[in-house]
Design a binder for this molecule. Structure first.
Ligand SMILES: Cc1ncc(COP(=O)(O)O)c(C=O)c1O
Length: 403
């Protein structure tokens, strides 16, 4: 399918069928040995009956699996289910979100090309674009998030794509997907969006004209903090190119891991719906709290991107970012008093996690470097799980009393 001009401006609420499709899509009703659950085809290689079967397969490239790095039936089902949820023609799953991102980027560029990326993208994605692409003579312009003029001006004749993320970490900035797809269309460049914080439940970027969606399935899609997985989704022609490079790069996901991803996906819609609700309640509780300086949540009216967030997303997601009043010492006391929320750097799982970026992800930055990036001493990112909202709030209150 050729790229179509974006038409839509508003994301519909996920259809009720998303919950159903998250359980059944992309899989035959009758499975191996009449199993109800997805069989895990735990093999590294596949066998052929005879020479004719080999020839039929090599001629068509279809109807058979060959070797685990090139594809596996359990992985195929995960790909088909994710593609269905995202509204994509095709999908490739990877061993991690970063494997999906780096393989996708490398499959779209060659020496002498240029790319544009927004400065609020995931730290390791930025590092890869800024530091490693240089080794292959691929230039990268980093533009300030939300500066659409600078973004357009950064596009050169050799620009291949614009890469961004929405919502972003940790401030949950929202990229206007429609605006960006219009800019890209004017200049004939591709658009790649990391939609991990949103998931297809809250945002389906392909409907806004984005060309490729990247997901760290490690987060909400798998949802249980027990696997690493990634995916790229989009048109057949683009995904095919990425799949080919993936076969050489080898970031292959294990079949058992695919099973865990599929199992997690069964409750995906219901989990994200609840996490939206819990996070909004926590954000509202913290906003205006005497011990809290500021709360950042895209579905709070006070968020700078509230309008675009509520237009292009069905819910604000499960992450709430906030700053406490006081100092780093107080922030540590807050963290140490928590008994329910685990201190840890991920998101999207059933357990509530809280992270203090200054102590974890930016521990090796100077205070000035951190502050330049907005990583202050009292900044926290809370990723709500599925515990009762009252229990999460009570735990936060326990911590806030220590300030
Ligand atoms: C927005 C975003 N994209 C990509 C990644 C990388 O995913 P993974 O950890 O599955 O490699 C992360 C990880 O935290 C992330 O937050």
């Amino acid at each position: 399918m050729a790229k179509t001009s974006p038409k839509r401006r508003k994301t519909d609420k996920p259809k009720a069928s998303m919950a159903t499709r998250a359980i059944h899509a992309g899989e035959d009703r009758r499975k191996f040995a009449d199993s109800l659950t997805t069989p895990i085809i735990q093999t590294s290689t596949f066998t052929f009956k005879n020479s004719k079967e080999i020839e039929d397969y090599t001629r068509s490239g279809k109807g058979h699996y060959e070797y685990g790095r090139y594809g596996n039936p359990t992985a195929t089902i995960a790909e088909q289910r994710l593609a269905d949820l995202e509204g994509a023609e095709d999908c490739v799953v990877f061993s991690s979100g970063m494997s999906a991102i780096t393989t996708t980027i490398l499959s779209l560029v060659q020496s002498g090309d240029h790319i544009v990326i927004t400065d609020d993208s995931y730290k390791k994605t930025l590092e890869f674009c800024r530091s490693y692409l240089k080794q292959f003579s691929i230039a990268c312009t980093i533009v300030g998030f939300g500066d659409y003029d600078a973004l357009e001006k950064a596009i050169r004749p050799n620009t291949r794509f614009i890469f961004s993320e929405s919502p972003t970490n940790p401030y949950l900035n929202i990229f206007d997907l429609f605006k960006i797809s219009k800019i890209a269309e004017r200049h004939g460049v591709l658009t790649l969006i990391d939609s991990t914080f949103a998931t297809p439940y809250n945002q389906r970027p392909l409907e806004f004209g984005m060309d490729l969606v990247l997901q760290s399935c490690t987060k909400y899609l798998a949802g249980h903090n027990d696997i690493l997985a990634g995916a790229v989704l989009g048109r057949f022609d683009l995904v095919d190119k990425i799949r080919n490079l993936h076969k050489s790069m080898g970031g292959t996901i294990d079949p058992h891991c695919c099973y865990l991803l599929l199992r997690g996906l069964k409750t995906f819609a219901i989990r994200v719906a609840q996490q939206n609700e819990t996070a909004l309640a926590v954000a509202r509780h913290l906003e205006g709290h005497p011990k809290i300086k500021q709360v950042y949540y895209p579905f709070l009216e006070s968020h700078p991107h509230y309008k675009v967030a509520t237009e292009q997303m069905a819910g604000g997601g499960g992450v709430v970012t906030f700053t406490t009043k006081g100092t780093l010492t107080g922030a540590k006391r807050f963290l140490d008093a928590l008994k329910l929320c685990y201190i840890g750097p991920s998101l999207g799982g059933v357990e509530t996690l809280i992270t203090h970026p200054a102590l974890v992800s930016y521990y090796n930055y100077s205070r000035k470097e951190r502050y330049d990036l907005g990583i202050t001493d009292t900044l926290f990112r809370l990723a709500v799980g599925l515990e009762d909202v009252e229990d999460i709030i009570a735990d936060l209150e326990r911590g806030l009393k220590q300030l």
